[in-house]
Structure formats: structure tokens, C-alpha cells
Ligand binder design. Structure first.
Ligand code: CA
Ligand code: CA
Ligand code: CA
Ligand code: CA
Length: 377
């Protein structure tokens, strides 16, 4: 890594630390919105308190940054996802580590009326096994400030934008390509309009985007690659893609915490908090009651929570979810369970559409059953 790059990234971390909590993703073009096919479901991003964003990584778990919370980890906060307000309680913080000045990642649990949240959408983690962090097309989402008035030179050359003065009320999505990776931070450059033809809607971040998500696709699934930390001109609340005295390109950087570096910690923390895949009713076992819950929602295409049998966070209830259940069927049960027999019983009064889908997936189910038996012994 060159000295310049190291300097930029050190500056990036420090600025992120000092940046006031602020509003949302700045884009050009500002509209139309990024098509749904190029980004995760809106339900993966939350509005954290009054000044930040967060990302769902489980049916009742979110990740965010720490700096926006003014050093008070203990008072519960409100997190709004898809219009529903949850109570967020911080479970664990990861501060410091490595040779960087500090790192900050916060894991919180969401409840609704005292019960665990039942989210339909959450992200897989981007891990070291997924390859290089650099050069990835990412969808960036957050509840930060939007694009405000254009900034122009005396000769009328636009070099950037002020940030709009709104609060963190609007979720926006844009794209960028990652670069500038350091030990635990990944960056992007806010290039000018039409500079990078692979990017549909070039994005940078602004106030209140802290804790928002950078997602990339791996094998057709969205994975969380980064959590938004900061950007270059945060102190003056502007985003530049050129110099102030000419139209020469001089893109601002934006930064995110690398999830692959912290994935082992996140997974360890989540393991003790998240229910076993298949445990739809969260009573500690994976048994017939759970199977019935899944069966009665089988075929749901979108918006299905954990309690309905969506165990992989993609909003539907399908063969992939049934496979997850099959792999752990019988766990925690005091008596031996027969998955195949229970499967037939659970579907004895099914919805017709669910039956048809199940028939289509029968071959795969039989394979799952074999692996289940190996586990159960
Ligand atoms: Ca760029
Ligand atoms: Ca259960
Ligand atoms: Ca049970
Ligand atoms: Ca699913």
C-alpha cells in the first residue's frame, strides 16, 4: 500500500470518528431510484434512533456503528424497519483491535412488544472465503441525508453537492465499486456522473448513513460487505467529485468497516443469541410444531418472518428453508422424531399451492431426509 493511500485511509478513520451523526445516501443521478433487482430488499436496512442506520443480520439482530451513540450503549433505542418500530437493546460492542486507531461495531437485538422481532429480510455476512473485498460492485443503502444544492465554481463547473438538511427518514440506495482496502476498512470513490459505466447510480454517504450497509452478491445472494463509517467532506457536509477550481476529477472517498474481518466475532456473538434454524417458535427445539408453522406458510413468496418458516432471510418460505429445518430436525426434542413421517403429517391438511410446490421439490427432500438421519442417529 502506498503512503498516499495509507494517509487517505488514516484520515478517513479519524474523520469518521469526528463526523457528526448525519443524514442519507447522496446520488447522481438522484432519480430514478436504483432498481430493485440491483439491491437487497428495503427490509434489510433499519433507521437507528434519530441519527443513523443499521443492517439486519438475523430475524431479530442488527449491526450498526458506535460513534453515533455518544458513548451511551445502555439505553434502548428505536429501530424502524419497513415502517415498524422496534426496541433495540445493545448486546455487544467490538471496539479497537488490530493496528488501526479504533474500530467500532455494535450488535443489538430487536424486540416488539417484548417479543423477539420477526424480520423477513436479513443479510448473510461477507467472509474471508468469499474472496477479495476490492473491486466489488456494491449496493449502498442508508437513511442518511440526500443530495442538496449543487456546488459550482465561478465559471459554472459543478464539482459537488451540499447535503440536504433532512433527518434520517428516507431510505436511499445507490451503487459504487470498492477499492482502497486496509486492514479493517474498505473504501469507494465518489466519481462524477457517467465516469463509471458499470455503476447505475453512483453513491456516496452522508450524515445518518453511519451503520448503513454495503452489499454485494455472491452466488445470487446478497452479502453484507461493509458498514458505513464516514466520508471525506463530512465536516462541511458536502460531497465532491471534482476540484473547486476546475472540472478535473477529484472524487471524495467514502468508507465502511470490513465485515469479513469481523465476521468471526459477529458469528460468535450471534450464535448465542439466534435460534437454531428450524426453530420457528423459538422454544429451543426443532420439532413438529415448527414443521407445522413452516408447512402452513410454505410457498409464501415475500415478507415471511422467522416464525413462518423463513430461516434464510430472503422473505420466502421454500425448499431452502425446509432444507435448513431438515438438517436440524429433532434437535432439543426429548424423543426421537421421524422427519419423513412428520413431513407427511404436517402436510396432511395443507394449502393446495403448498402441496404442489412440495411435490416439485420431493427429490431434494428425500436427499435432505437422508442427511437428517445421519445427524439424528
Ligand atoms: Ca466510484
Ligand atoms: Ca421449536
Ligand atoms: Ca417445541
Ligand atoms: Ca426463505
Amino acid at each position: 500500500m502506498g503512503t498516499t493511500r495509507r494517509t487517505i485511509l488514516t484520515g478517513l478513520l479519524i474523520l469518521a470518528a469526528w463526523a457528526a451523526p448525519a443524514p442519507a445516501v447522496v446520488l447522481h443521478p438522484a432519480s430514478p431510484p436504483l432498481p430493485a433487482s440491483l439491491r437487497p430488499n428495503d427490509g434489510m436496512i433499519g433507521r437507528w434512533g434519530l441519527n443513523a442506520s443499521c443492517v439486519a443480520i438475523g430475524a431479530d439482530l442488527v449491526l450498526t456503528t458506535i460513534h453515533q451513540d455518544d458513548g451511551d450503549p445502555f439505553s434502548p433505542r428505536t429501530v424502524e424497519i419497513d415502517g415498524v418500530s422496534y426496541t433495540a437493546t445493545v448486546q455487544s460492542d467490538h471496539v479497537g483491535g488490530g493496528t488501526t486507531p479504533w474500530t467500532e461495531i455494535r450488535l443489538a437485538r430487536l424486540t416488539l412488544d417484548g417479543q423477539p422481532a420477526d424480520l423477513a429480510y436479513w443479510a448473510d455476512l461477507f467472509t474471508a472465503a468469499d474472496g477479495s473485498v476490492d473491486g466489488r460492485l456494491v449496493a449502498i443503502g442508508g437513511y442518511g441525508k440526500g443530495r442538496g444544492q449543487a456546488l459550482a465554481t465561478a465559471t459554472g463547473q459543478v464539482y459537488g453537492y451540499r447535503w440536504a438538511s433532512s433527518g434520517n427518514n428516507t431510505l436511499r440506495w445507490g451503487q459504487n465499486v470498492t477499492a482502497l482496502t486496509t486492514e479493517d476498512v474498505v473504501g469507494c470513490l465518489f466519481d462524477g456522473p457517467d465516469v463509471d459505466p458499470t455503476v447505475v447510480s453512483e453513491a456516496t454517504v452522508a450524515d445518518y448513513d453511519s451503520g448503513g450497509g454495503w452489499f454485494t452478491q455472491v452466488n445470487g445472494r446478497w452479502r453484507l460487505l461493509g458498514l458505513t463509517l464516514g466520508t471525506q467532506h463530512a465536516t462541511i457536509k458536502q460531497s465532491w467529485f471534482a476540484t473547486t477550481d476546475s472540472a478535473a476529477p477529484n472524487p471524495d472517498w467514502l468508507s465502511a468497516l470490513r465485515i469479513d474481518v469481523y465476521a468471526p466475532w459477529i458469528e460468535e456473538m450471534a450464535k448465542s443469541l439466534a435460534p437454531q434454524p428450524g426453530d420457528a417458535d423459538r422454544d429451543g427445539d426443532v420439532d413438529f410444531d415448527d414443521l407445522v408453522a413452516l408447512a402452513s406458510h410454505y410457498g409464501a413468496a415475500a415478507g415471511a418472518g422467522w416464525s413462518k418458516g423463513n430461516f434464510d432471510g430472503d422473505g420466502d418460505v421454500d425448499l431452502a428453508d425446509l432444507g435448513l429445518m431438515a438438517s436440524s430436525y429433532g434437535l432439543g426434542s426429548p424423543v426421537a422424531l421421524d422427519f419423513q413421517a412428520d413431513l407427511e403429517a404436517a402436510w396432511s391438511v395443507p394449502e393446495p399451492s403448498a402441496l404442489a410446490l412440495l411435490a416439485a421439490g420431493g427429490a431434494c427432500l428425500r436427499r435432505r431426509r437422508a442427511s437428517f438421519r445421519a445427524v439424528r442417529r
